[in-house]
Ligand binder design. Structure first.
Ligand SMILES: NC(=O)c1ccc[n+]([C@@H]2O[C@H](COP(=O)([O-])OP(=O)(O)OC[C@H]3O[C@@H](n4cnc5c(N)ncnc54)[C@H](O)[C@@H]3O)[C@@H](O)[C@H]2O)c1
Length: 357
C-alpha cells in the first residue's frame, strides 16, 4: 500500500535535511510551510528541499490550508516541525509564539478529526528549551533541586553559576521540564497536547527533544536563532568573536545530519515512547571552546570574553542520549570539529553564490 508522510514546517532547516531520507522511504511526501520571512530570505521553494517533495505554501494556523492538505485523505506519518523558534523573541511576542506553536498544533489535530484523517503516527520535534535551567546537584549534600531562572541580581553581580551546585545533563527519564521561556513553554504545551490527543485516538507518538542543531542549510537571515553561524560570520569577517558571561556557558551542539537521521528513523520505524527522546551529540562544549574552534578555522583573532549577559539564556544545556541510542538504534556520527568545517564551507559557498545574485 502506498505510504504518505506530511511534514509541517517542511521547508525549514530540519525539514529540508530530512526531505531526501523521507522521500526515499515514503511514496508521497508533502511539506506544508508558510515560508516565514524571518527564516526564508526569498519566499520561494528552497533548493535543498528534495524535488520529490510536494510543497504546499500555507500557514498551519489556517483551517483552509488544512482542508487543502487533507483533501486527498490521511497521512500515515506526520512530522510536526512548524514553529516559531525565537527563544528571546518569545518573551516580547508571546502571542505569536503561542498562536503558531500551540494553536497551530491544535488546528492540525482538529483538521484530522474534521476530515476523518487520523495519522498512524506523529513525530514532534520538541526542544531542550522545555527543561529551562534543568536540575542542579548540591556539591556538598548531593541533593538535587531546580533553581529555575537565574535572577537579574545574580547576573549583574556576575555570579554565573548557582553557588555550590553543579548542573546535571538533561534526561527526559529523570529531569522535570521547567521551561523559562515562552518558547520553551509552548514546546512543552505541544508535547502535552499531542500526548492527550494521540492517546485518545490510538495514534503513535514520538517526542524528540532536540539540543542545539547546527549545520549547512541553517537560516542566515534569522538573527534570533543560531549562535554557530553568527560566530562564523564574525570570524569570517576577521573579527574577534564576543563571548558572553565568562565563556563557560555550555551547550550540546548536534550536527544537522545526525538530527535528520534521528527524526527520519523515528518517522520510518514507528513505535510509541511516552518518554520523550533527548537528541544531541552527547558532548558538552563551552561557548568559549566553540568560539575558539570557529576562530581557528578562519584564522580570526582570539575570542573576547566580555562579561555581558542575555536575560533568559540558560547557563548549561546538555543531554543524555542513551534513550535515543536504544529507541532509535541511532548514533550521532559527526564530531563538532568536522561539523563546523562543513558549516563554514557551506557558509563560504553560500556567500559566493549570494555575491552573484
Ligand atoms: N534548530 C534547532 O536548533 C532546534 C532545536 C530544538 C528544537 N527545534 C525544533 O525543530 C523544529 C524545526 O526547527 P528548524 O530549525 O528547522 O526551524 P526553521 O525555522 O528553519 O523551520 C521552521 C519552518 O516552519 C515554517 N513555519 C513557521 N511558522 C509556520 C506556520 N505558521 N505555518 C507553516 N509553516 C511555518 C518556517 O517557514 C520554517 O520553514 C521546530 O519545531 C523547533 O522548535 C529546533
Amino acid at each position: 500500500m502506498s505510504k504518505k508522510c506530511l511534514v509541517t514546517g517542511g521547508a525549514g532547516f530540519i525539514g529540508c535535511a530530512i526531505s531526501t531520507l523521507l522521500a526515499d522511504h515514503f511514496d508521497t511526501v508533502v511539506a506544508v510551510d508558510n515560508l516565514h520571512p524571518q527564516i526564508h530570505e526569498r519566499a520561494s521553494r528552497p533548493l535543498a528541499l528534495d524535488a520529490r517533495v510536494k510543497l504546499v505554501i500555507g500557514d498551519i494556523t489556517n483551517e483552509e490550508v488544512w482542508s487543502e492538505i487533507l483533501a486527498q485523505g490521511a497521512y500515515d506519518v506526520v512530522v510536526h516541525l512548524a514553529a516559531e523558534t525565537g527563544t528571546g523573541q518569545s518573551l516580547t511576542e508571546a502571542t505569536r509564539h503561542a498562536n503558531v506553536n500551540v494553536v497551530g498544533t491544535t488546528r492540525m489535530l482538529d483538521a484530522f478529526v474534521r476530515h476523518g484523517a487520523m495519522p498512524d503516527r506523529i513525530v514532534l520535534s520538541s526542544s531542550r528549551a522545555v527543561y529551562g535551567e534543568g536540575a542542579w546537584k548540591d556539591n556538598a549534600t548531593g541533593t538535587v533541586s531546580y533553581p529555575g531562572q537565574r535572577p537579574r541580581k545574580m547576573l549583574e553581580e556576575k555570579l554565573w553559576d548557582f553557588d555550590g551546585k553543579s548542573s546535571l545533563s538533561f534526561d527526559a527519564r529523570y529531569t522535570e521540564p521547567r521551561p523559562i521561556s515562552i518558547y520553551g513553554a509552548t514546546k512543552l504545551a505541544q508535547e502535552h497536547i499531542l500526548r492527550c490527543w494521540t492517546q485518545s485516538y490510538g495514534t503513535d507518538l514520538a517526542i524528540l527533544r532536540l539540543q542545539n542543531v547546527y549545520g549547512p542549510g541553517q537560516s542566515l537571515t534569522n538573527s534570533y536563532t543560531g549562535i554557530v553561524p553568527l560566530f562564523a560570520r564574525v570570524a569570517k569577517g576577521g573579527g574577534a568573536i564576543p563571548v558572553f558571561e565568562d565563556g563557560a556557558i555550555t551547550r550540546d551542539f548536534v550536527f544537522i545530519e545526525d538530527v535528520a537521521s534521528a527524526i527520519s528513523l523515528s518517522a520510518i520505524n514507528g513505535g510509541t515512547s511516552y518518554v520523550p527522546i533527548d537528541v544531541g551529540s552527547g558532548m558538552t562544549t563551552s561557548i568559549l571552546e566553540l568560539a575558539k574552534l570557529i576562530s581557528s578555522i578562519y584564522g580570526a583573532p582570539t575570542p573576547r570574553v566580555n562579561g555581558l549577559y542575555r536575560e533568559g539564556d540558560v547557563r548549561h544545556a546538555s543531554c543524555n542520549i542513551e534513550t535515543a541510542r536504544q529507541e532509535l538504534t541511532w548514533e550521532p556520527r559527526t564530531s563538532l570539529g568536522d561539523g563546523l568545517m562543513k558549516l563554514c564551507a557551506w557558509l563560504d559557498g553560500s556567500a559566493l553564490s549570494r555575491a552573484h545574485i
